[in-house]
Design a protein around this ligand. Structure first.
Ligand SMILES: Nc1ncnc2c1ncn2[C@@H]1O[C@H](COP(=O)(O)OP(=O)(O)OP(=O)(O)O)[C@@H](O)[C@H]1O
Ligand SMILES: [Mg+2]
Length: 472
């Protein structure tokens, strides 16, 4: 199959009738689409798992795995794929169910060829903004729901594919908002467990007793309030993946219980005497330094090694700045559509500000900045004024207000000299952040270009000649 760049889109046709597959293949190929055919839902899922499609046209009644099931699983594996349903047994209920599950359109058979081609063409035009971004790019720009084409993200994609092939436990580390949960889901979806449950559990911020009963379940009468038997989340994840988020928050008692699960692959319900065998793959995540916690003896070493069989570290956004414009554009388009606003770009100065910002809250923070930006912007372009970098401002203020490690000597102190040194450092930093663009550096510092120029000369950071030749 040709998946060249000139294709109008990759389409998968799924129908158990050979005649229908051939008709659709012919129609779509003539329009320049790359078409692949599958004879049932299961075969279609195999294809989708190996490479996502732009669009799937599927029959509903098929064995094994019918069209509705295929729709659900296809949306889970590849949310951006457009799915169009066709059925000879048209019913309003089926149509409504398909739409609720995320189908793009629904056609009763026999359908009008022109009509289906026009819906396909419109659907591909309305594609997710990520697909627009992907045009004319070499390496993968995104993977599942993850966006980013920087070398550190390419490494992450490779690792996800590698670890997905195994059932070993994975520990995902990375600062808050770097996408740990998205990565955990991507691993699950790529693994052989993808048809089984993915169960996330947040180990932080919930009382120990509650997590224990949530995780392991209990027998009726095990404690006051245990009116019936209740299965825990570990058992619910049977055959699938258990995602333990914020694992560093787990109490010592629960660490022991978890160790037992990891080592023996059994659990015991609270109030029970017998063990239950479980087969779960454990993916844990933390933004804390677990190794340090092991040294400080707040996290069990044996558990740490058992969970960290395959480590996966997510880079902070500032370690992959080249992804900032792509992500910013993606979120801009997403929120502009959501809020019904005609905004298509960020001004180059606004983009520059984002590019130079350190994002302590990583991708989540960028997402929030764009959400607020789109909501506040009244022009057709995001301007710097609409970017509320609250943390950024706070960080800068903190820096300037940070009590320097200085003691004022008893015999006096040269305040002017000290302030001049600080000022010089800010000028240098601004120049560095703006790659030497003086106008932008001045804007970053909130001073006029004239004043910036004057200060550069004052501190010997540039000569008259240099400034003049730069302005020519
Ligand atoms: N590479 C990425 N591409 C697209 N969206 C992303 C990416 N990384 C993170 N996000 C988005 O950023 C937000 C935070 O991601 P996620 O919840 O996975 O982070 P996290 O690392 O689990 O954070 P925390 O440690 O705070 O729980 C989500 O809305 C997610 O969709
Ligand atoms: Mg998280």
């Amino acid at each position: 199959m040709n998946r060249g760049k000139c294709s109008a889109g990759n389409i998968l046709v799924v129908d158990d009738e050979l005649g229908m597959r051939e008709l659709l293949e012919l129609l779509l190929c003539r329009e320049g689409y790359d078409v692949r055919c599958a004879k049932d839902g299961r075969e279609a899922l195999d294809f989708i798992n190996s490479a996502p499609f732009d669009l799937v046209i599927t029959d509903i009644r098929m064995q094994p795995v019918n069209g509705l099931e295929l729709l659900k699983q296809c949306k889970a594996i590849s949310p951006r794929t457009v799915v169009i349903m066709i059925s000879a047994h048209a019913s309003t209920e089926l149509a409504v169910e398909a739409m609720n599950e995320g189908a793009y359109d629904y056609f009763p058979k026999p359908f009008n060829n022109e009509e289906i081609l026009s819906v396909v063409s419109n659907a591909l035009k309305d594609r997710d903004p990520r697909d627009e971004l992907a045009k004319d790019r070499e390496g993968p720009l995104y993977f599942g729901c993850l966006i980013g084409e920087s070398p550190p993200m390419q490494k992450v994609y490779e690792l996800i594919q590698k670890v997905a092939k195994t059932s070993s436990n994975v520990l995902i580390t990375g600062e808050s908002g770097t996408g740990k949960e998205l990565v955990a889901k991507a691993i699950h979806r790529q693994s052989t467990r993808r048809d089984q449950p993915f169960i996330p559990v947040n180990c932080g911020g919930v009382p120990e007793a509650l997590i224990e009963s949530e995780l392991f379940g209990y027998r009726k009468g095990a404690f006051t309030g245990a009116a019936t038997n209740r299965k825990g989340l570990v058992e619910a994840a049977q055959g699938g993946t258990l995602f333990l988020d914020e694992i560093g928050e787990l109490s010592p008692v629960l660490q022991v219980k978890l160790l037992r699960l990891v080592q023996e692959k059994t659990i015991r319900l609270i109030g029970d005497t017998a063990d239950i065998a479980v087969d779960v793959r454990i993916i844990s995540a933390t933004n804390r330094d677990l190794e340090k916690m092991v040294v400080e003896k707040t996290f069990r070493e044996d558990l740490y090694y058992r969970l960290n069989v395959l480590p996966l570290r997510l880079p902070a956004l500032r370690e992959r700045r080249e992804d900032i414009p792509i992500l910013a554009h993606y979120f801009l388009t997403k929120f502009a559509r959501e809020f019904g606003k005609d905004i298509h770009k960020l001004s180059s100065y606004a983009m520059d500000i984002l590019f130079n910002y350190d994002f302590p809250g990583n991708v989540r923070e960028l997402e929030h900045i764009l959400e607020r930006g789109v909501a506040m912007e009244s022009s057709r372009m995001i301007l710097p004024d609409s970017l509320t970098l609250s943390l950024y401002k706070r960080k800068q203020q903190d820096q300037s207000a940070a009590p320097e490690a200085i003691d004022i000597p008893l015999d006096g102190f040269d305040l002017d000299r000290h302030l001049a040194e600080i000022e010089k450092k800010f000028l240098q930093k601004a120049l560095h952040q703006t790659h030497g663009t003086k106008l932008k550096a001045a804007q970053l510092l909130g001073i006029t270009f004239r004043s910036f120029r004057y200060r550069l000369l004052k501190y010997g950071l540039a000569t008259e000649d240099e400034l003049r030749s730069a302005e020519d």
